[in-house]
Write a protein that binds this ligand. Sequence first.
Ligand SMILES: Cc1ncc(COP(=O)(O)O)c(C=O)c1O
Length: 379
Amino acid sequence: MFAETEEKSFDIKLFEKTTHNPSFASLTNHFRTTNGLKDYCIPVNSYFPPAHIMDELFRRLPYALKYYPSSNESIADNIALFSGVTNPNWIVAGNGSTEIISWLNSIFIKESIFVPVPSFGRWVEEPMGLGVDVKTMPHSDDMLQKITAESYVAEVLASKARNAVICNPNNPTGTLFSREEILWILERLTHLDNIIIDESFIDFSAENPPSVKNDVANFNNVWVLKSLGKNLGLHGVRMGYAISCEANIQRMKKHLPYWNVNGITEMLLSLIKTEQKAYDESRLKNINDAIYLSECVEQIREFTVFPTHSNFIFVKLSDEFDGEELRNRMLQDHACLIRNCGNKLGASKQYFRIAARPVEDIHYLVAALKDVLAGMKVE
Ligand SMILES: Cc1ncc(COP(=O)(O)O)c(C=O)c1O
């Protein structure tokens, strides 16, 4: 797919420039020198979109590039159809869910926000940068990273935070609350300004994901957030949305740039609206890959693997080894990019998030991990 050149190394210094991982483009000289780079960092659907959708997308691409996209409302109609959200008026579409996170952080979240850590960086770094007081509670090894609904509510109340976030499942820990637990939490926190349930990875949590997408409009302070890019296997095309009661959605729309969602996203959403069956099959394959990945990495003595409910696993490397060195060697020696969590609040460089991939890629990864660890032992 990509042209290869003779250059055979990756620039490790790129890791110092971002609290996210360096992009595939920056590591590969804009896809000119991919050096066989294998990405186990981004937890993306490996089995979607189907080939005929990609063919049709490429065929129509010139139109998406040449003409303005439709309104946010029309894009929301297609999101509602595909995602099973009862009322499209509860939806606002974003240029990736990160866009919506930024609007929430800059317009709706005032004073303080409560976030269990480690979490997705935008829920921690952005509010901090905006001067919001970020109150945290840790996921812990002792509890296998699991937080109970009771302890979550107790900590939010004790923190006196005005806003709260739950990533369900959580990135990077892969821990999950049931739908009943989330509703129980929401009923106890009706006095907060905003509670955001970030369901970006929920489609990979179970055959019947515990989403509260059709419950949130019953509350005036609750948002569900959903990333679409990684779910649909095309995270370069920025797609995401939020669901809330109509009043909240109208309020957010006053601030959104018109045409905030591009024509390629619009085209893709219109193409996939009848692809629910293929999507469901793809979700289940990713879930099976994550189970298999867990089983394989559990065989490596140097790792503790935490239970996961997503399309990635969260693991801890034994203290005899240096996590950052493992990440660098995996990249330099085997062209494997894995997410070291050293720059995440609430984690350390001994923790990794590893994305599920098809079986042959899991075998490649496991062989590479064993090889690197053996090399580190000898020295
Ligand atoms: C929990 C969570 N929410 C939201 C996002 C943002 O996704 P996007 O902007 O690609 O939709 C991410 C990305 O990793 C994430 O982990």
